[in-house]
Design a protein around this ligand. Sequence first.
Ligand code: PLP
Length: 388
Amino acid sequence: MDITQNDKEYIANTYARFPVEIVSGKGAVLKDSNGKEYIDLGAGIAVNIFGAADEEWKNAVTHQLSQIQHTSNLYYTEPCAELAKLLCEKTGMKKVFFSNSGAEANECAIKAARKYAFDKYGDESHSNIITLKNSFHGRTIATLKATGQDSFHTDFGPFPDGFLYAEANNLEDVKRIADENNCIAVMMEMVQGEGGVCPLSEEFVNGVAELAKEKDMLIIVDEVQTGNGRTGELYAYMHYGLKPDIVTTAKGLGGGLPIGATMFAESTKDVLVPGSHGSTFGGNPVCCAGALNILGRIDDKLLSEVKAKSEYIFSQLSGAKNVKSVSGMGLMIGIETQKPAKEIVGACIEKGVLVLTAKTKIRLLPPLNIGMDELEKAISVLKEIIES
Ligand SMILES: *Cc1c(COP(=O)(O)O)cnc(C)c1O
């Protein structure tokens, strides 16, 4: 059995994997094919928010698995309906569409925004969506174009029109674009994840909300990475007191199973009608049963632990030797270092700690329930490597 060799020969060459073969895990500790253990500060890119092989989640998932694994969307299932209800109760949103990934959740948001405008104005001249420079919204053709980074707009054209890019935290730029074009929505991440863990300022978000009201633009918040407790609130927009029209999420929602959700506020809840959107796997009962367990456990106690762990990481790394800056919110943290981030990731792997990168930064997205002892150990390893 040669995992690495088979992978290199048979898997499409899209990932620059690190030389680690993960075979199992428990909580925030993962084990490789040599039996070596790692403290995981990446959680499968913000996905395993209760770590690996969590007992409660596993029970919820396997129970559903033993009942029925899939039904299609021609029929009703309990986990799907319950999850939608809980999402709405916890957010005040009114309706949910389920898909299988972040990109699909955003595709649905884009379709809904366009249909909202088409229903209202009756033509396609109102179709522009403002997104932010340095954003990331997914890998499908439309979400690549929605992503506000030129490097994502090559090789796969022609791309769909209707996306205009404003500078993040520059309200004047958003205003200028909204004045010069018919815009139907602004789509943004509250903390730009792939772009380098850069939070939006409160002033900017408030300004965009006001402008959106004035210009009849919808607010779409991409909470694919920031959502589900990651930043210390259930959804990051809640830090800002924002009232979005559409919220998308995925990554952490299923606790490790693929699920995407697009949530609609009162303003947009009736835009999608029978036939206007769909998904074969969307709302899969096993994924929904897992997500229902996860979402039910993101309570005030967990969120205050996220905040405390966040403060600990900031206090350890802000101002440390060779650290240029620490940014982020909750357990979504970016660290700008003197040394190249890739080098630090490699040294951490050697020492049994898994960290991520975002652009030129080190990025931390640990399981939200990581033990304080594990966190202290991993951060001291990381700090030593950064300082050396
Ligand atoms: C990861 C991510 C996506 C894409 O999610 P997939 O599940 O990989 O399709 C979209 N938006 C943001 C903010 C993300 O972090």
